[in-house]
Design a binder for this molecule. Structure first.
Ligand SMILES: Cc1cc2nc3c(=O)[nH]c(=O)nc-3n(C[C@H](O)[C@H](O)[C@H](O)COP(=O)(O)OP(=O)(O)OC[C@H]3O[C@@H](n4cnc5c(N)ncnc54)[C@H](O)[C@@H]3O)c2cc1C
Length: 384
């Protein structure tokens, strides 16, 4: 068997793999190969495509055609159909992942050899020379010798399992693209309450005034929750249309993994690099790939720097996630009813990429909820 000799083998041609190849490869110091098991990137789609405009302004350097819609804020719905309008400091956009991923991989191919329709199987570890990855290609099993292995192979990462990286929790997401009478074609809608998720939330992300990606993230039974949302939610059931044009489902890893072991590192969903309170991954992958590009080949340095930049966001994000589980339907209704005026006036301080911005709100909000001591106790316990 003839071997390919490279310094870096990246497994996975999704956003995390492509962005890693771009950010390491632009230094021109390493030979890089990406192996991707599908015949193209971005398939099957497992994403609603919502990212901040700050994230998009970096991604659009590589992806010119993926923009679908612009987002100015979100409606935060309590289970009784009441809502608060949040217009944050950061605006957002909706992108088409089928296009974004292909364009990112095209850009990555300027810095890396991309081998499609080929699956990474396992590595043969050798003490004194390069390790060998076994790859299944359409013409049989082949070997790639490498110095560094980067697992950008998604939430069910084979590399994380093979090298026994510790893992966070896995949530599930199910989403329909369908006709929907959006309240505002530039506002996301978030639906809270025990009928619509166990410990997370459901959402609709508008593509235009009459089409949206409507989905649920939950620990269990996402299909049942999505059915509840479409058929029982006081506001959604009135506005849903008949035809579903696309179904999307996938895993959402919550909680950062180990990230680095020797000459192997994980990036993207494989590493749990996802906002714990929304399940959004792209911004965290972008940040991680930039840090990796700067630190490489110091993988421990990559981990340290990533934690320095993003650690606080994980800590706050995980607190918000725990709060979703603690709040009852009645609490959500109180939050929206009593907090509406204050939140709507002050929401411009919020940044969707940085949940820590929420903390500055809490002391004033608590004063508003003074006659709801249980609600105050729950928020204080988790967020302060
Ligand atoms: C329903 C849903 C909605 C979402 N909505 C949003 C959103 O609105 N905004 C947002 O930012 N994030 C969202 N996310 C999360 C986002 O989609 C992920 O964080 C992102 O796709 C992860 O990128 P990745 O490159 O780490 O992994 P992936 O995109 O999963 O890419 C991994 C790649 O590795 C390949 N691969 C896997 N194993 C092997 C192997 N053994 N050999 C070769 N190749 C392999 C796969 O084929 C795949 O192409 C959503 C997720 C879901 C499930």
């Amino acid at each position: 068997m003839g071997f390919l000799n490279v310094s870096i083998l990246i497994v996975g041609g999704g956003p995390a793999g492509s962005l890693s190849a771009i950010n390491i490869g632009r230094r021109g110091e390493h030979e890089i190969v990406i192996v991707e098991e599908h015949q193209s990137a971005g398939f099957p789609v497992q994403c609603a495509g919502l990212i901040s405009d700050a994230c998009y302004s970096e991604l659009k350097k590589f992806s010119k055609r993926s923009l679908v819609n612009r987002i100015k804020g979100a409606f935060f719905f309590s289970p009784d159909g009441g809502y608060v309008e949040l217009i944050g400091r950061r605006k957002g956009v909706v992108v088409e992942r089928k296009i974004l991923d292909v364009e990112l991989l095209e850009k990555a191919s300027e810095y890396a050899e991309v081998i499609l329709k080929s699956s990474y199987l396992f590595s043969k570890i050798r003490e004194s020379s390069q390790n060998i990855a076994k790859i299944r290609t359409p013409s049989g099993i082949t070997g790639i010798k490498y110095d560094f292995l980067i697992g950008a192979d998604g939430a069910n990462s084979r590399i994380a399992k093979e090298f026994s990286f510790t893992k966070g929790e896995i949530y599930s997401a199910v989403q329909f693209e369908m006709k929907f009478e959006c309240l505002d074609e530039n506002m996301v809608e978030l639906y809270f309450g025990e009928k619509y998720s166990d410990g997370f939330f459901a959402y609709s992300i508008p593509l235009d005034s009459s089409t949206a990606r409507i989905g649920v993230v939950s620990k269990t039974e996402p299909i049942r929750f999505l059915s509840n949302l479409l058929n029982k939610h006081p506001s959604v059931k009135q506005r849903k249309g008949g035809s579903i044009t696309e179904l999307n489902a996938g895993a959402i890893p919550i909680g950062l993994n180990e990230v680095v072991k020797g000459n192997v590192c994980l990036i993207g969903d494989s590493a749990g690099m996802v906002k714990p309170y929304t399940g959004g991954g792209l911004y965290y992958h972008l940040v991680a790939s930039k840090v990796l590009g700067k630190s490489f080949p110091d993988l421990e340095g990559f981990k340290k720097e990533y934690l320095k930049v993003m650690g606080k966001e994980y800590t706050t994000g995980e607190k918000i996630l725990r709060l979703y589980k603690l709040l009852s339907d009645a609490d959500y209704c109180d939050l929206v009813r009593l907090g509406k005026e204050y939140i709507e006036t002050h929401s411009e301080k919020l940044d969707m990429d940085h949940p820590s911005t929420i903390l500055q709100f809490i002391p004033s909000l608590l004063k508003i909820f003074v006659r709801k001591p249980l609600l105050v106790a729950k928020i204080t316990k988790e967020l302060l």
